[in-house]
Design a protein around this ligand. Structure first.
Ligand code: NAD
Ligand code: MG
Length: 364
């Protein structure tokens, strides 16, 4: 068995949990031991991931729980809404499953966010475990306890902070991930460099080809370092009073692209990648960073096969979409900007500068 890395998340009130990262963890009995005791477990997955991994997980869980159910949802960001959430709740209530039932989110960020939200509200809270199977979910969405569904008027607008019991990130599940999804996950990996760790940014630049060819050792390090950075930030600011917002580097414009084009047109990571290029540009226009940083980040994002040119939605539409952003306050749009390599902060940016950046990138 190859080495397993463990990242510890420490939250206030002595709450803490482990993220385990490694090859073969799905098959490893220890992955599923020591979780809250219950009569039943429910695996929540989707039509794509369930056929690949649900039966294997179910077999392992049957060593621990008398009963293991499977709820299979339709695949896609456009299904991250009330209807899917209801399907989970319908199953739990329809089968009269009690408040100790443990939910297992087997899939990418969409499944993780919805399952976590269902766990948060079912009987005012049941335990859940994240089993992320996309790179994006392993480095980002499964860590930190944000759960949500989308509303037609805004992404992730309905949700709760709710922490999992454990995260099991089996690197082998990434073998079946489509290339486009792998690259989208890399966007969130790249994000951690500029906001928190200049050395990690250099490491990504040096190891990008190995990451793209799915070298397990290299992927394992990328997942671990990403989780460490996120764990550190979330440990200091679980409910996003301040610092945690830096994890949204690239997300203000990214979310605008996603909802402006309609969920599912661009992948989340693709929108974030492009959003980072524009946020880097804004950092320069605000006088925080030199031009060579913008070029450096854009080059890396292009090398990763991610988009750097935003869709032409028009400046007014972008501004309108960004004012719905959860970071916006009293109408002022706030961006996570890079202040120095490895350091970021929230900044209100005048509309005129935003329009300049959008225009410079052909989006206005
Ligand atoms: P996703 O969950 O839609 O998964 C991407 C695609 O890959 C889907 O088609 C899925 O079925 C498929 N897939 C998943 N695992 C696979 C595997 N091992 N092999 C083959 N196919 C596989 O998308 P995602 O990129 O994982 O997550 C994006 C979502 O995460 C967004 O909704 C975003 O809002 C959310 N998110 C949440 C947080 C958070 O803190 N909670 C952070 C970042 C992103
Ligand atoms: Mg994200």
């Amino acid at each position: 068995m190859p080495a397993t890395d463990t990242v510890h998340i420490h939250l206030s009130d002595d709450r803490n949990y482990e993220i385990r990262i490694g090859s073969g963890l799905l098959n490893e009995p220890a992955s599923w031991q020591g979780l809250p005791k219950a009569a039943a477990a429910v695996i929540v997955s989707n039509e794509t991931v369930a056929p690949l991994y649900a039966e294997r997980l179910r077999e392992r869980l049957l060593a621990v729980y008398k009963r293991v159910d499977l709820v299979v949802l339709p695949d896609g960001e456009q299904h991250k809404g009330w209807e899917s959430l209801n399907r989970i709740c319908d199953h739990l209530l329809g089968e009269a499953l009690d408040r100790k039932t443990v939910l297992f989110a087997l899939g990418g960020g969409v499944i993780g966010d919805m399952t976590g939200f269902a766990a948060a509200i079912y009987m005012r809270g049941v335990p859940f475990v994240q089993v992320p199977t996309t790179l994006l979910a392993q480095v980002d969405s499964s860590v930190g306890g944000k759960t949500a569904i989308n509303h037609p008027l805004g992404k992730n607008m309905l949700g709760a902070f709710y922490q999992p019991e454990r995260v099991i990130a089996d690197l082998d599940t990434l073998d079946t991930l489509p290339d486009r999804e792998l690259r989208a996950g890399l966007a969130e990996v790249i994000k951690y460099g500029p906001i928190a760790d200049a050395a990690f940014l250099c490491w990504i630049e040096d190891n990008l080809d190995a990451l793209l060819s799915r070298d397990k050792a290299v992927l394992g390090y990328a997942v671990r370092r990403s989780c460490e950075i996120k764990a550190d930030v979330v440990g200091q600011d679980e409910k996003e009073q301040g610092l945690r917002a830096i994890l949204n580097f690239g997300h203000t414009i990214g979310h605008a692209i996603e909802s402006g084009l309609g969920y599912g047109e661009w992948l989340h990571g693709e929108a974030v990648a492009c959003g980072m290029v524009l946020a880097a540009d804004l950092s320069q226009r605000m006088g925080l960073m030199p031009a060579d940083f913008v070029e450096r980040l854009q080059t890396l994002i292009e090398r990763a096969g991610l988009p750097v040119k935003p869709p032409r939605l028009g400046a007014d539409r972008y501004l309108q979409l960004m004012r719905v952003d959860k970071k916006a306050e009293a109408g002022a749009i706030r961006f996570v900007l890079i202040e120095a390599l490895g350091q970021a902060g929230l900044h209100s940016v005048p509309d005129a500068l935003i329009v300049e950046t959008l225009a410079a990138h052909g989006a206005a």
